[in-house]
Ligand binder design. Structure first.
Ligand SMILES: Cc1cc2nc3c(=O)[nH]c(=O)nc-3n(C[C@H](O)[C@H](O)[C@H](O)COP(=O)(O)OP(=O)(O)OC[C@H]3O[C@@H](n4cnc5c(N)ncnc54)[C@H](O)[C@@H]3O)c2cc1C
Length: 484
């Protein structure tokens, strides 16, 4: 069989070993964290220099071959799923920290550096990078920017978009762009914001400048148990309404608590219907004052027991369970599907109630473990891919949950992106005119539609065929939601 002409050209530009074409070499790249979907690309390329990345993009533009950029492949919405007959561009070899600028509290890093590696490199200077996805040991900062990743501490410190200062990227035709800079404001359109969360559709990131923060002197966690999920949801609203901004405020419901308990010893009360983990950080005196206030709010909201971490080891133990919650699902079910939607906090109790009802309707178990303070839900739907039709039912249930989020004025993603997973729900969230504006932005950066095509923004035709009803924020499209 003759070699595809683009492969011959890529092999010409790249050193030996940087172009993979054998099926067994491609297999590790066939999916991201959304492993229900798998596809082999035409080839995987592993460039080591910016000039090589440029050569790849220019070559693929000449041959009109699509390109999908990939960081660590931990994405949960299929953003890094290869395109058939396309090139998968792994940025894994761009793994150097270029500079830690202590006086200016910034770090310049290559996009393949892991999120956690930045904080580890900044640690000797008493600094760290605040956004902390649970996948931070593995996920790359390039992937974080592309998904506008969040994490446990984003309630207080903001998402990726609030913690980056500049990026460098290459467009599909090889043009090098520098966006952002040292000042807080810049003339012209805020293209840095446009690129953040653009899911690899507009350019390939080659460098990221992140903001670093001084490490808080103290951090303590309150572990509060509740007799119902609704009460825990109401306690979240009460905590934020009290004026305190916790560093993190997370909720685990009873199925999630029990899954974690089977996985590791965390000391979580297994009989609680839900627990909240509320972290406070800052100067020691401020933290102890706030702890007292938070405990009072949680008690008044009906907490049945409260534990406050008294040592760093205990604080880490409380968090360890939360961080292990996703892997712990493996003890309950062969497969799980992690949803990601965001709602206004005041609707937490009622939405959680409705999710419970939908779980019964579909006969599929759901564990809830999520960033409650941000209203960012992560219902984990447990299913068995080997049971015929179960994945399809799971997806339908997931779609219903996302539409519920939109119906109460929320959004279909909080931090995991749209990828290929939530294209149909984009038709619900946005009207055709809005979607057309997104396509216009895409065309401005990538006129031939070669970068990660078919992801993040649905075609108008897809929405028309789906017959999706666009929902204005806060409108209630489904009869069963009308009691909201
Ligand atoms: C167990 C687990 C826990 C998780 N917890 C969280 C969490 O708490 N918060 C959260 O936000 N996410 C979480 N995630 C999801 C995931 O880790 C994030 O979306 C992360 O930002 C993806 O980074 P990555 O390097 O793996 O990117 P990939 O999966 O490789 O790619 C993700 C997207 O970014 C694009 N991309 C990657 N690199 C580049 C680049 N250099 N230039 C342009 N585009 C690029 C890809 O094309 C793709 O669209 C979790 C995932 C897992 C598996």
């Amino acid at each position: 069989m003759s070699l595809h002409p683009v492969l011959a050209a890529l092999q010409h530009h790249l050193p030996a070993g940087c172009v993979l074409t054998d099926a067994e070499d491609l297999r590790p790249y066939e999916c991201d964290g959304l492993s229900a979907y798998r596809r082999l690309p035409l080839a995987v390329v592993l460039p080591e220099t910016i000039e090589q990345v440029r050569a790849i993009l220019v070559t693929c533009t000449e041959h009109r071959v699509p390109v999908v950029a990939r960081g660590a492949g931990t994405g949960l919405s299929g953003g890094a799923l290869p395109v058939e007959n396309g090139i998968l561009l792994s940025m894994a070899r761009f793994n150097r920290i270029l500079e830690i600028d202590v006086p200016n509290r910034i770090a310049r890093v290559q996009p393949g550096v892991t999120n956690l590696a930045i904080s580890m490199a900044a640690e000797p200077y008493g600094l760290y990078y605040a956004p902390d996805p649970s996948s931070q040991i593995a996920c790359s900062i390039g992937g974080n920017v592309a998904e506008n990743a969040g994490g446990v501490h984003c309630l207080k410190y903001g998402l990726t978009t609030h913690n980056i200062q500049a990026i460098e990227l290459l467009t599909m035709d090889g043009e090098r762009l520098s966006l952002g800079g040292p000042a807080l404001d810049a003339p012209g359109y805020d293209l840095l914001a446009v690129l953040t969360g653009s899911e690899g559709l507009l350019g390939v990131l080659t460098e990221v400048t992140v903001r670093l923060l001084p490490r808080p002197h103290t951090a303590q966690v309150v572990l509060a148990a509740f007799a119902s999920v609704e009460a825990a949801g109401a306690a979240v609203t009460a905590t934020i309404a009290s004026g305190i901004v916790p560093a993190g405020l997370e909720l685990l419901d009873n199925p999630a608590i029990r899954a974690v308990a089977r996985f590791m010893d965390t000391g979580y009360p297994e009989d609680a219907s839900a627990i909240l983990l509320c972290e406070l950080d800052g100067e020691t005196e401020d933290v102890s004052g706030q702890l007292e206030q938070v405990c009072n709010v949680l008690r008044a909201a009906g907490s049945t027991s409260l534990q406050v971490s008294r040592s760093e080891a205990e604080r880490l133990r409380f968090w360890a369970g939360r961080k292990a919650a996703f892997p712990a699902m493996g003890r309950l079910s062969p497969d799980y599907y992690c949803m990601d939607g965001t709602i206004p906090r005041r609707h937490l109790s009622r939405v959680l109630n409705e999710i419970g009802r939908l779980s019964g309707e579909y006969g599929l178990r759901i564990c809830n473990v999520f960033h409650a303070g941000d209203g960012n839900l992560h219902p984990l739907i447990l299913y068995d891919a080997n049971q015929p039709g179960e994945l399809e039912r799971t997806e339908e249930l997931g779609g219903r949950i996302l539409e519920l989020c939109v119906a109460v004025g929320g959004t279909i993603t909080g931090e995991h992106g749209v990828g290929m997973e939530k294209l149909d729900q984009m038709c619900v969230q946005f009207n055709p005119a809005e979607l057309e504006q997104f396509h216009a932005v895409k065309r401005a950066f990538d006129p031939h539609q070669l970068l990660n095509p078919g992801k993040a923004v649905p075609t108008l035709q897809r929405c028309a065929e789906l017959g999706a009803m666009h929902v204005h924020h806060g409108q209630l499209p489904h009869p069963e939601l009308e009691r909201f």
